[in-house]
Write a protein that binds this ligand. Structure first.
Ligand SMILES: Cc1cc2nc3c(=O)[nH]c(=O)nc-3n(C[C@H](O)[C@H](O)[C@H](O)COP(=O)(O)OP(=O)(O)OC[C@H]3O[C@@H](n4cnc5c(N)ncnc54)[C@H](O)[C@@H]3O)c2cc1C
Ligand code: SF4
Ligand code: SF4
Ligand code: SF4
Length: 423
């Protein structure tokens, strides 16, 4: 029998299912030189073959996903929830239902005060705020698959949330379906390295001569958008940052800093592994009269379990059925993985060797002029004409889709946007 060494490194998603299932504990998840976790098999391996049999990539579990049944554009009615979430707040609504109505446990991704990003569980509503919001870093699932199985075996309801590869890892690790398990995955662009992220945070602190207390990737408190970074320093000072000028965030948005498996991701396709898939609704402009917010979710119901979960919380959303085919077409990671570009190798090398200053220089050299033009469109042109210009920009420029999307999302006042441009 063979172990997981037969999987090529570039295909391994780092889901940890192999390490969790090994009966002799012969697999350790260790960081490679790019700062991503990979399994390492030690000499105690007895070649039982279990890890290879469980591995979601080797067993091609992505091909066994189900084609979604329905999709909805949605935002949580409770504004406190939608305001603090990355998009429409679906996660907190689903999770609250599991805890309050089903006396269940929720698993999700948190970032601690040392900027370590990992999965953990909570049985309390108060525990959800840490899981709320997107962390654009690969999360370490640690021992959560085993924990989840123990709860499931004891008859408790479990909601497990994460990237599609993590949901696939959990399901393969469990080996059998559980009627008391619900899973929600995100539409996933890709994940950058956790070690690079912590190095970046340290570097950023040095730039501002302050220690960073918290870093939030998506903040909605200013400028009416949802992609503004909020950095809180230890001395209480707060900095709102333009993501296009943040080296780490910009590399993420441009798809230049992901784990190698993300560029070949078997889960970036319409067939889904989870019960419900959530993402930023890419066809929201078709429904802007119904939900005129910059950040709204698409909630995609993949199977009967998903229907049960959605039906239980439906009244807590403003929502409307969408043209699912159109959403699948427009939301890129619902139909194909992020493209590996020539620039990825160089950017990854620069990030790995902490050449943050050099990346900043490259970014500002390459398109600061273009950025100024784009942002001045936001400031000086009335909404009606702006929409038209953005429409043509989208049509004729393919190199800077994330910049255009960012402008597209802006709904802040003229004054707010001018302040944003100045920063
Ligand atoms: C790395 C990453 C890439 C994404 N790429 C896209 C994309 O290309 N297109 C798109 O439409 N949407 C993408 N999303 C999803 C989107 O940003 C929202 O997370 C999603 O719509 C859920 O929003 P919400 O308001 O319901 O929940 P929120 O409260 O905003 O998010 C919390 C949920 O996200 C999970 N989560 C947060 N960070 C991570 C992480 N690092 N790893 C695993 N799970 C995490 C939590 O466990 C929880 O389930 C991405 C999210 C992440 C984390
Ligand atoms: S083959 Fe068996 S013993 Fe060896 S690492 Fe895999 S699961 Fe563990
Ligand atoms: S994809 Fe997951 S199960 Fe497969 S080798 Fe990598 S970490 Fe192990
Ligand atoms: S892009 Fe694919 S491999 Fe990468 S984190 Fe997302 S689901 Fe996993």
């Amino acid at each position: 029998m063979e172990n997981i060494n037969r999987l090529q490194k570039e295909k391994c998603t780092g889901c940890s299912a192999c390490a969790e299932c090994c009966p002799t504990r012969s697999i350790q998840m260790l960081y490679d030189d790019e700062g991503f976790l990979y399994p390492f098999v030690n000499t105690t391996c007895v070649n039982c073959g279990k890890c290879a049999q469980i591995c979601p990539v080797l067993s091609d579990v992505a091909a066994k996903g189900s084609y979604p049944e329905n999709g909805y554009i949605s935002v949580a009615r409770d504004q406190q929830i939608s305001f603090l979430s990355a998009s429409g707040g679906g996660f907190v609504v689903f999770a609250s239902w599991i805890i309050e109505k089903m006396n269940g446990i929720v698993f999700g991704c948190v970032m601690d005060s040392d900027f370590q990003v990992f999965h953990c569980s909570t049985e309390a509503i108060e525990g959800l705020s840490e899981m709320q919001g997107s962390k654009y870093v690969q999360s370490d699932v640690k021992k959560t698959y085993t924990e989840a199985r123990n709860f499931l075996e004891s008859g408790r309801y479990v909601l497990y949330t994460g990237t599609p590869c993590q949901i696939a890892g959990l399901k393969c690790y469990l080996e059998k379906p559980y009627p008391n398990l619900f899973t929600v995955d995100i539409i996933c662009h890709g994940v950058p390295s956790p070690i690079v992220f912590t190095r970046y945070i340290n570097w950023l602190g040095c730039q501002y001569h302050r220690k960073i207390k918290s870093y939030r990737f998506r903040n909605k408190t200013i400028y009416g958008g949802s992609y503004i970074i909020k950095i809180v320093f230890q001395d209480g000072k707060i900095l709102y940052k333009n993501p296009m000028k943040d080296i780490y965030y910009r590399s993420f948005l441009d798809g230049l800093s992901f784990r190698t498996s993300c560029y070949n991701c078997p889960f970036s396709q319409p067939n889904r592994i989870s019960d419900i898939t959530t993402g930023d609704c890419s066809t929201r402009s078709l429904y802007s009269k119904f939900l005129p917010f910059p950040a709204v979710s698409s909630i995609i119901v993949n199977n009967l379990n998903g229907e049960t979960l959605w039906a239980a919380v439906l009244d807590q959303f403003d929502s409307m059925e969408i043209d699912l085919e159109e959403e699948i077409k427009k939301n890129r990671q619902l139909n194909r993985p992020c493209e590996y570009q020539k620039a990825c190798k160089r950017r990854l090398e620069m990030l790995n060797s902490s050449q943050f200053q050099e990346i900043a220089r490259e970014i500002s050299k390459n398109d600061s002029f273009l950025m100024k033009i784009y942002f001045s469109i936001c400031v000086s042109i009335p909404q009606l004409y702006r929409k038209r210009i953005i429409f043509y920009l989208k049509k004729f420029t393919s190199r800077w889709p994330s910049i255009i999307n960012l402008i597209d999302k802006k709904t802040g006042s003229k004054k707010e946007i001018s302040e944003f441009v100045k920063k």
